[in-house]
Design a binder for this molecule. Structure first.
Ligand SMILES: Cc1cc2nc3c(=O)[nH]c(=O)nc-3n(C[C@H](O)[C@H](O)[C@H](O)COP(=O)(O)OP(=O)(O)OC[C@H]3O[C@@H](n4cnc5c(N)ncnc54)[C@H](O)[C@@H]3O)c2cc1C
Length: 487
């Protein structure tokens, strides 16, 4: 049983917890981030639309999510320059196909103006078609919000974590907090494996399970109702890929089914928004697939089920009866900051949520000076973004760049080894860190090669390598002895 003492313990390593760790890493503090899963970012933060929203859906004056979305959007533009994640600042077009919808577009425009969204533009039909020729010609007008975009949410979380670690934050994965008690002004957090961490302050950033974490700490009682969304990913050659994110007019609980040019170069359509009981329900369904394809086809041309390469779902952590974030010091227990109900736009808002959490920690007695120096990890060269001349130089420096492992996404052995060395030792960890297996073949050709590289780096058997969770075995028995031959 290990005892370690920290100023602050963050429970949960999604976008909220990772951004908080990044923010706290700027101060002379001893911080730890505790994540139940094998890697950070494997909760809701990997299963979303990846949009950095534009700040026009919610009032920044009346809602916390509206205020933090707006600030988060601005911070994303700065973070993308400093950190190592894909950001595609393509802008948003919200399209109206009837006069009733146009009325709603005008309201969104007013909301954006009141929030201070820069360069927001109310468009007529001609302007909409000029901005996006793939739009259905039945469009009658809409809204253009240029300073929005898409990110790879997993690489965003990973880069926050890498940077926080480099600046002294400890990260403990496979640490599920199951008991949280306060004695003599010190929290004791025990994991399911009986590991013990002690901290003066706790930040509850446990996503779908923030209600459970709050309850076991004796803090507020609330219920998180998962609001599930299915997403469908189309091949990078799909004709449907628009130049901007295409939105319909929103409903009361959802921004609707969108057509999204992902930061990784594919096209995504979705998501749905349905309240479900099971927080671990990540199934997709033929019924929702049909619905999504039909709605997306009504908005842009070129949407075809033949281009579908995979589907997934995630659930927004919505507090029952509350359509807003709950970020506040607990009024029931001391030194416990709630960051719960982080539904959409929680990814966009995350850098601002982290700033706000730090403000609350300091207002509640945490004391620390800012560090004089803050470090950023070296960016790993990405082969697929290079010219032939640049690649040639790289091959000479490191021949492992010339060994292409994932042919669909052009990912080399060197990039996979770099990801494993950063701590991504599961198949999904390597996938989200590098894009290997994310292409048309979805890992059919390269999964085994990747597993051999992980095994080589970690000094383990390939049968020891998990897909993502502790017991998510990929290969067992005779197949575990398969040999990998270099190209
Ligand atoms: C379909 C869909 C589409 C979305 N699209 C967008 C979008 O385009 N733009 C946008 O801004 N937002 C979007 N969102 C919302 C966004 O994904 C979430 O708001 C955000 O990811 C929440 O991050 P989080 O860190 O709070 O939660 P999570 O990412 O779930 O992180 C919580 C972490 O806590 C860990 N944890 C739980 N219990 C414990 C415990 N006891 N001990 C230790 N660790 C624990 C979990 O394993 C998890 O990793 C979307 C959501 C969905 C579902």
């Amino acid at each position: 049983m290990l005892h370690s003492y920290y100023d602050t313990a963050i429970i949960g390593g999604g976008a909220t917890g990772a951004a908080t760790a990044f923010e706290l890493a700027h101060y002379k503090l001893k911080c730890v981030l505790l994540e139940a899963k094998a890697e950070c970012g494997f909760g809701v933060s990997k299963a979303n639309s990846g949009i950095v929203h534009g700040g026009f859906h919610y009032s920044a004056k009346d809602t916390l999510k509206g205020r933090l979305e707006l600030r988060g959007n601005r911070l994303f533009h700065e973070l993308a320059k400093k950190l190592d994640f894909e950001f595609y600042p393509c802008g948003i077009l919200a399209a109206a196909f009837s006069e009733t919808e146009m009325e709603q577009i005008r309201k969104l425009h007013q909301c954006g103006l009141a929030n201070g969204v820069e360069d927001i533009e109310l468009c007529n039909r001609e302007r909409m078609l000029e901005l996006e020729p793939k739009l259905n010609e039945a469009v009658i007008g809409g809204l253009y919000v240029p300073h929005a975009g898409t990110v790879e949410p997993y690489s965003y979380v990973f880069s926050l974590i890498d940077t926080a670690k480099l600046n002294g934050v400890e990260v403990k994965t496979n640490f599920e907090a199951v008991s949280i008690e306060m004695k003599d002004d010190l929290w004791t957090i025990k994991s399911s494996e009986n590991e013990i961490v002690q901290a003066k302050y706790i930040v509850n950033a446990a996503g779908l399970f923030a209600d459970r974490v709050s309850r076991i700490a004796g803090a507020e009682e609330f219920k998180i109702s998962p609001r599930k969304g299915e997403e469908y990913l189309l091949d990078r050659l799909s004709d449907a890929r628009p130049s901007k994110i295409i939105f319909p007019v929103p409903s009361a609980h959802s921004k609707g089914v969108l057509v999204i040019p992902t930061a990784g170069g594919t096209t995504m359509i979705g998501p749905t928004a349905d309240i479900v009981e099971d927080k671990n329900d990540n199934r997709t369904s033929a019924e929702k697939q049909k619905e999504i394809f039909s709605l997306a086809s009504n908005m842009v041309s070129g949407v075809s089920v033949r281009d579908l390469i995979t589907s997934f779902s995630g659930s927004r952590p919505v507090i029952e009866g509350k359509e807003d974030f709950f970020i506040a010091p607990s009024s029931k227990v001391k030194n416990f900051i709630q960051a719960a109900g982080i539904q959409s736009p929680g990814l966009t808002a995350s850098p601002a949520v982290a700033e706000y959490i730090c403000e609350l920690l300091f207002a509640n007695g945490l004391q620390a000076e800012k560090k004089d120096k803050f470090l950023y990890p070296e960016k790993v060269p990405v082969l697929r973004k290079m010219s032939a001349e640049q690649a040639e130089i790289l091959y000479r420096k490191n021949p492992e760049y010339a060994n292409i492992i994932c042919r669909c996404e052009m990912i080399s052995e060197a990039e996979i080894r770099a990801a494993v060395r950063k701590g991504h030792t599961t198949l999904d960890g390597v996938k989200f860190a590098t894009r290997a297996t994310m292409g048309r073949c979805q890992g059919g050709f390269c999964s085994l090669k990747i597993m051999h590289i992980i095994a080589d780096e970690c000094g383990c058997a390939i049968s020891d390598i998990m897909k993502n969770e502790k017991k998510s075995v990929v290969i067992s028995g005779v197949a575990g002895d398969l040999q990998y031959e270099k190209n």
